[in-house]
Design a protein around this ligand. Structure first.
Ligand SMILES: Cc1ncc(COP(=O)(O)O)c(C=O)c1O
Length: 416
């Protein structure tokens, strides 16, 4: 039996203390009470169209029904008294509960975590704020996503530091070892490299970068900051930022934590925050030393922020280790099938230790750029196609994807 999740009605109870309780709150509590309180890794727990084989959680995630219901209840509450509920004060306690719970999921402290809008925003804060000068270099590999690369390029033009991207031998991904991944990064460093940016899990082949080893290597070579794009890790795999040795981690919880869209989590070490100033300026600035300084927004979507807490509670109820076990089993199923089919080839890391729930498969003789749209149009199967030299289909199922859907998708690919 899966464990019972945290009772999310406590969020609404805290609102009672902070706000003027009224009929709308009673309605919202009733809506919450109607929601089943068991987190299940089954298709019925989600809103996905059952006729759709959705293997694209790495692009856009999906929200569990319970999280959606909670979000809707908060939205209704908000609309019942807009000026009271939009300006934030009534949500303050619930937001702090959300922050603490999200931080625990990342192996971090709440004071080090900002609730932002997305991964890209975290990297904008870093690229604008880190003290870099002409001669300093920011380095990342070709596996780095644009959201964690482009902010540096934009700022480099203005401030004169250098940005360099090295080619990661992605075609070797199936054979690479952890030591080789670290060595590839070490060889790419230059004496000027001050910042190393890595994806925790990249979005092309799903390589899980060995963070503690990379961070230790980079520091021993004189790199000042190791910054991580976590868009594809927390919620999919257990994350332990305290043990990671990195300085900052930005992510988008809509993918694998399955929160409402339009939210981000941005973790920073206190030492880095002393150097990176607040990013937003508003009418009444609050002065925070904590990571809250990076979310000093004015009007914001509080219902979504609080519903992020429900998503975290759902994930914790599933259990990060249990979720990882399920992702590992799904991956194994795909890997074994691909190995048994002469026309299919596996393009992701070979081992689970370097792998993830993102897997890449090439169908020999069939360009991915043609196959991807065909799968959607003719079979209602959603994958991401990477064209060009990569030429593979990226499959990113999640914990509740039925085996039968995965098998049927592979049957189709194998029969090409
Ligand atoms: C690895 C990675 N980094 C960053 C991003 C950008 O995320 P966002 O658009 O939420 O900032 C994505 C989005 O797919 C991604 O896969």
């Amino acid at each position: 039996m899966p464990p019972e999740p945290t009772d999310r009605r406590s969020f609404l109870r805290t609102l009672v203390g902070a706000a003027v309780a009224g009929p709308a709150l009673v309605r919202a509590e009733a809506a919450q009470a109607a929601v089943p309180r068991t987190a299940r890794a089954s298709q019925e727990a989600y809103l996905l169209d059952p006729g759709l084989t959705y293997l694209n959680h790495a692009s856009i995630g999906t929200v569990p029904r319970t999280v959606h219901e909670a979000h809707r209840a908060y939205l209704e509450l908000c609309e019942s008294h807009p000026s009271l509920y939009v300006w934030g004060e009534p949500w303050r306690v619930a937001t702090e509960e959300t922050r603490t719970a999200a931080a625990a999921l990342l192996g971090a402290e709440g004071d080090d975590l900002a609730i932002t809008h997305n991964t890209t925003e975290g990297f904008n804060v870093l690229a604008h704020g880190l003290p870099l000068e002409a001669g300093d270099e920011v380095l990342f590999s070709s596996l780095n996503h644009g959201g964690a690369s482009m902010p540096w390029r934009g700022q480099a033009r203005r401030r004169g530091f250098t940005v360099r991207r090295f080619d990661f031998p992605v075609e070797q991904a199936p054979e690479l070892t952890s030591d080789e991944v670290v060595e590839l990064h070490r060889r790419a460093l230059s004496p000027e490299t001050r910042v190393l940016v890595v994806p925790h899990v990249d979005n092309q082949v799903g390589l899980r970068h060995p963070l503690p080893e990379l961070a230790a290597m980079a520091r021993s070579e004189g790199v000042r900051w190791v910054l991580v794009d976590g868009a594809q890790s927390a919620g999919m795999l257990p994350v332990d930022l305290a043990a990671s040795g990195v300085d900052a981690y930005a992510m988008s919880p809509h993918k694998w934590i399955q929160s409402p869209k339009g939210l981000g989590l941005f973790w920073t070490r206190p030492e880095l925050r002393r150097l990176v100033p607040a990013f937003w300026y508003r009418t009444a600035m609050s002065r925070h030393d904590s990571a809250r300084r990076y979310e000093d927004y004015s009007t914001r979507a509080w219902p979504a922020v609080v519903a992020l807490g429900d998503a975290v509670a759902f994930q914790r109820a599933l259990g990060p280790d249990e979720t990882a076990r399920r992702h590992r089993a799904i991956r194994r199923r795909i890997q074994d099938r691909v190995a048994s089919e002469p026309r299919l080839s596996w393009r992701s890391p070979g081992s689970w230790a370097l792998g993830s729930a993102i897997v890449s498969v090439r169908v020999e003789g069939h360009p991915a750029a043609e196959l991807g749209p065909e799968l959607l149009q003719d079979h209602n199967i959603v994958v991401r196609a990477f064209g060009g030299p990569l030429d593979h289909l990226r499959l990113s199922p999640h914990v509740a994807t039925p085996d039968a859907q995965i098998d049927a998708a592979l049957d189709l690919l194998a029969a090409r």
